[in-house]
Design a protein. Sequence first.
Length: 757
Amino acid sequence: MNRIELVSRRGFLNQAFTAGALILGTRILPASALANGPRTMEGAVESAAWRPDLFLGLETDGTVRILAHRSEMGTGIKTSLPMVLADELEADWSRVKVEQALGDKRLGDQDTDGSHSITDYYEAMRQIGATARLMLERAAAAQWGVPEAECRAQNHVVSHAGSGRKISYGELVAPAAKQPVPKKEEVKLKTAAEFRYIGKGVPIVDLHDIVTGHAVYGMDIALPGMLYASVERPPVLGGRVRSFDDSEAKKVAGVRGVYTVPGFTPPWGFQPLGGVAVLADNTWAALQGRKKLKVEWEDGPNAVFDSDNYKRQMIETSKKPQRVARSIGDVDAEFAKAGGRVIESQYYTPLLAHTPMEPPVATAHYENGKVQVWSGTQNPQEVQSSVAKYLGIKPEDVTTHVVLLGGGFGRRSKPDYETEAAYLSKQSAKPVKVVWSREDDVHFDFFHATSAMYFKAKLDDAGKPAAWLQRTVFPPIGSMGDVNAEYGTGELNLGWLDVPFALPNHRAENGPAKAHVRIGWLRSVANIYHAYGVQAFIDELAHAAGRDPIDYWLEQLGPDRQIDFGAEHTKYGNYGKALKAYPVDTARLRKVAEAVRERSSYDERKKQLAKGSGLGFAAHRSFLTYVATVVEVHVDSQGKLTIPRIDLAVDCGQAIHPDRVISQFEGAAVFGVSVALLGEITAADGRIQQSNFHNYKVARINEAPKETRVHLVLSGDNPTGVGEPGVPPIAPAIANAIFVATGKRIRELPISKTKLV
């Protein structure tokens, strides 16, 4: 399954490796997944330049080159995965060079989404590094004529314990290539105590270029003879051009052509929206020419979409019985009994936009039936698939060059803008860069779904929920593949089916909602609204029972256990991972809840709260990671809200790069504040009403938390996601804190719509 090869002069990897380099690869996929089947050694190296099974190479000068097959957007993944490999290899990090991979399905999954890069590839990277380390040790042992057990690789050198002899990795390249590849059972992985980089970290590989302004993002790409494109798109989803007049646009200095982009046909998928494109010598001319276009649109059936009416319809749907997704005990029978206290609540969250700092931008060059695309994409393989399908060519004829992403949050895994660039390059016979304005970015996003949630609970005489009913309604992401889709599928696994409380009678339902805009995933996806509803409602019950919210939450969590979904006949997706390896473990939830309580000094601060101040708590598991938060808010006499401090306790298993983990949770706190306080997309007549940061707001420095403290709860468990799990508990914790501070219960986001005094 693994191999080491000596690269010939005609087989070096697109000049990434020099002649004589030693290449170690691993098949992440089964052999059946390799497109070309078995190959000779020479042919394998030659055809595998930047291709499927090549992750590691050693040069004769000692340079180690590691392939980064995931996309870098600030998470540090371009450093973290190679760092894992380098640790097991016992490489000197100063001699490691990280190379960004092209898109290629034989690399395995390259979609940098869903917080699963480390989860999916941690063991694979360790195996590659440890395999190379063992082969280097064996090569040295063979050269010295000593037992391999007496040889040890450490910091780029193999040493012999008995004689004190040493030999560098570079000197071992040729003899190591002659070694047979060890079987997996022969390869010994390091213990945690032996880690040099894992759990400690190194500077990210792009740090110098980023801070000195030399880093290359999508907007930085420039090709000879390139034209710039700006596209006027239909203002209503599914709309088409009825007619257009481009005469004035063509008079703008620098404009070189006007082309129509075909309107797409359902299902929406990742196709371009269609419209009219202006191509020019520079971005300014393209934008000015676009302003001069006169376009008449056929709006289509989605022109009826009005977000206020839609909201009312969803809320009404949530009040009626719907499809049952999880059921324990007999909720109806318990509600029918006399006695107890019944509490009902309605929660609502709006559509949200991604708004990464760099709006969508892509460059493409179509030539002789093949396309090269340069883009800050989260999913280079999807770029290949979408461009190929749209242009009627083969995916292998599309080359995706991945550059740094100026933010992503899930938007850059949807390649409509790359496909626009490729199509316009083919039409114009020139390289084309498509540049979206911020207004384009907001108007034509794949929006995070709006949701309406209904909750009903019956408290017994001790204040415990004897019955709990929850109902969620939202336009599903599945509508991108099926315009008639109305019910959630994967979204129900995200904070809805996995409510962790030990409830004797519990039912979770899902109602229908038809999408009228493009719906996509955004950082933490449906966990945003489901965590908000569940964690705010449990807080309501705590106050109704006259209990401290953390005490009450821990009590309802029940005994430490791993939830057995099979026993209750619930189909739970668990982020694509086996429950045996990654169980829903309430003991770990309890641990982060107790940790944040202690490390935030919750009990002491609670006693000292000033007027208008409050502490709110929430805890949530998402992307296999356990997170709890305590948020402090202050509301002054004018109703102005500030957030003095946020504490987050995090159990993500083995933290690979702690500095990057902390940074991601600090960023998640700001992102979560934006979602809670400010974010809202609305529509009238099918048209999005927001356009830029003046009316689609994100947290400014005066609105962001003044202090964020991230507390890593050390764990030897499998490493899990960190890019998204920090977001879900923030909004409910803020809402819960506001209730303490003001007595107002926030059941609708964004909070800015509610007068707090």
